[in-house]
Ligand binder design. Structure first.
Ligand code: PEP
Length: 247
């Protein structure tokens, strides 16, 4: 089963307009064919600028979150139609920082993924265990629960990002073996939920302190189909190096 790699760059709450413009200009100047699909996830005020800046390039754009309703009195939130209108193709659902900072439940994340599809967006559903959960041996239980709720019975289209929380922004990357073991487990659970064929074609990304120096070894694992990159995506050269390591 060949799966085209996918690499996401999650800018989180970083960068200003001038930085984003310079970043897009650098990507527009990248003429080499990309070995992966690529999406950037800027914060909401930068979305339209980045989508415009990347129009006509192979680089896509996505939101970092969406509200499950399409409009209404939800101050500070962003809707699926607004993301699509800004030029987004993707949206993150259930990033651990949303789960932790905003108390997002598994059930809410499933509703967000359903809403994303309704508005023509592809959800990138993020799952991952805390250090305590890993230490107490409940990693797979947590991943299975988050995965089933995130899919909400509707697997297409979407991609999954496995992001162990203990590896996000900490500099501590999961070893390729630990990551592969979790990815293989996720694919097996997907096979139970959506069938072996669909599970075999589903892209499962790894996220957690990925950088140019560790990307190739992680990518060599059979069930790692690309990356969701936080900190290292803020520098276009580092991000491009990570993308190239998927070739
Ligand atoms: C992320 O935000 O999804 C992430 C993986 O961050 P970092 O690469 O900085 O660990």
């Amino acid at each position: 089963m060949t799966r085209r790699p996918l690499v996401g760059g999650n800018w989180k709450m970083h960068l200003l307009r001038a930085d984003a413009e310079a970043y897009c200009e650098r990507l527009r100047g990248e003429s080499a064919a990309l070995p992966a699909d690529v999406a950037l996830f800027p914060s909401a005020p930068l979305l339209a600028l980045v989508a415009r800046g990347l129009a006509g390039t192979p680089f896509a754009c996505g939101g970092q979150d969406l509200h499950p309703e399409e409009k209404g009195a939800h101050t500070g939130d962003v809707s699926g139609p607004q993301l699509a209108d800004a030029g987004c193709e993707w949206v993150l659902c259930g990033h651990s920082e949303r789960r932790q900072d905003h108390g997002e439940s598994d059930e809410l994340i499933g509703r967000k993924a359903v809403a994303a599809r309704r508005h023509g967006l592809k959800p990138l559903i993020c799952i991952g265990e805390t250090l305590d959960e890993r230490r107490s041996g409940t990693t797979y239980e947590v991943l299975d629960r988050q995965l089933e709720a995130g899919l909400a019975g509707r697997p297409e289209p979407c991609a999954i990002a496995y992001e162990p929380i203990w590896a996000i922004g900490t500099g501590e990357t999961a070893t390729p073996e630990i990551a592969q073991e979790a990815h293989q487990h996720i694919r097996e659970t997907l096979a139970d939920l959506i069938g072996a064929e669909a599970a075999g074609s589903k892209r499962i990304l790894y996220g957690g302190s990925v950088k140019p120096a560790n990307a190739a070894e992680l990518f060599s694992q059979p069930d790692i189909d690309g990356f969701l990159v936080g900190g290292a995506s803020l520098d276009p050269e580092g991000f491009l190096a990570i993308i190239r390591s998927c070739g």
